[in-house]
Design a protein around this ligand. Sequence first.
Ligand code: NAP
Length: 496
Amino acid sequence: MSTQPKAIVVIFGATGDLAKRKLFPSLYKLYKANKLSDDFAVVGVARGDMSNDDFRQSVIRSTDKIVKGRKDINDFASHFYFQAADVTDKESFDKLQTLLHKLDGEYQTEGNRMFYLAMAPEFFGTICENLKSSGLTSTEGWSRVVIEKPFGHDYVSAKELNDQIGRVFTEDQVYRIDHYLGKEMVQNITVIRFANAIFEELWNNQYISNIQITSSETLGVEDRGRYYESSGALLDMVQNHMLQMVALLAMEPPINLTRDEIQSEKVKVLRALRPFTEEEVDDYFVRGQYGNGYIEDRDVIGYREESNVDPNSTTDTFVAAKLMIDNYRWAGVPIYIRTGKRMKEKSTKIVIQFKDLPMNLYRDKNHPHPNLLVIHIQPDEGMTLHLNAQQRTGKEDSLPIQLHYCSNCDDKMNTPEAYERLLYDCLLGDATHYTHWDEVSISWKFVDTISKAWNKNKEVHFPNYESGSMGPAASDELLARDGFFWWSVANRPSNS
Ligand code: NAP
């Protein structure tokens, strides 16, 4: 298979935020890295009328932040074409078909087509149906469709959407994006686990006491209040990104690294998640909403004061949870997750806390320093192993030390971004880092119980955490009940 795929990429929603901020710059980076042959074209679709030249200028502007060596930017942009179309209007698709036929000939793309749906989710199903009825998916080459998040808002809506897409595309043509799966250190989880004997041998309930996954943002909802009101942190982060990280951390070694084998192991983890009744949800899940506060040197307003947000909103901007995986490897090991907006720091990291030795001669009872493996997902990418060594003063208790590895510290600009990797994978036909319907459906069923319980009980005292904090007190209590606490910058042992 060529590593320089020939194809036409059709981006529905080409004047939108995602296209400009992520997709165009990622395509440009692929072009610069020689991963696109000269035989590629990109067709942008949106309603407004725009000339190809104007569209190309907007593509060029979107790459402004890529500062080094943009000499070839005009050549790159010359591959872009704009097609004005309303995706709800079938006739628009006939015009699109005519353009794609023409470009197929001009660029020798052999009928290969990638349809990227960078549009509001209510259009996903309609676009697929119109693609089929207008014959755009019947070509000599391959057709693949990339679906953005959110994939439904509960199991029923996700299933409806999946059935609608399934009437047009087979599962192996469907690429459901979870951009966390494109991140360097999320992809690295399997390498850390399966290429290091020292970790994999200990990766179970005999040696690991608990796992903590934190994904915190300092930003609030910004101008996405309307969307966020119908989503909240549970649907926006937990159903997809957080559960995907859990699955990668907890899965059994696959028999090989193919999509089918990896996804089938992830599915088994999701199936083993301990289910809760609605009555039990509060024992395992904590929800929060930010109030006003002080963050990054400025005062900020609370969620209920944000634009397009109900002043009495009960939407969750924070979720913490204790997940249990009821299988042989993980029985008894809590996996704590937390995610939220307007928190103290912007960071995604995973902390694996190992159990104490049965008799640690050097243990300082007041300041325990368990071994930790911290996987830094963002903004730093790397890992830190927390160990103990001898005190230079010769005291009896040990000194906590850290071994660091940072994969992006020297060159943050040239590290491939998640979207760059994922777009390229799709062009190559590799869906390993996309989500299979089985994963999506099980995750929704799990999360639906929590949504239902929370929707029934609106008697919640929000706001319950201050902007600039690490979430509500109940999130700390969730771990304290088990004798643990969240590892964060403040309580990280340091050897500096
Ligand atoms: P957006 O900025 O609102 O852009 C929507 C695009 O759709 C625009 O190009 C708009 O152009 C086009 N559009 C709307 N109605 C149309 C119609 N009937 N026919 C043809 N085109 C139409 O949205 P976005 O933020 O880019 O998000 C796109 C998708 O990506 C959503 O599913 C979102 O959840 C997902 N996503 C976005 C981000 C992000 O950072 N933005 C992150 C993760 C996921 P016209 O109005 O000119 O037609």
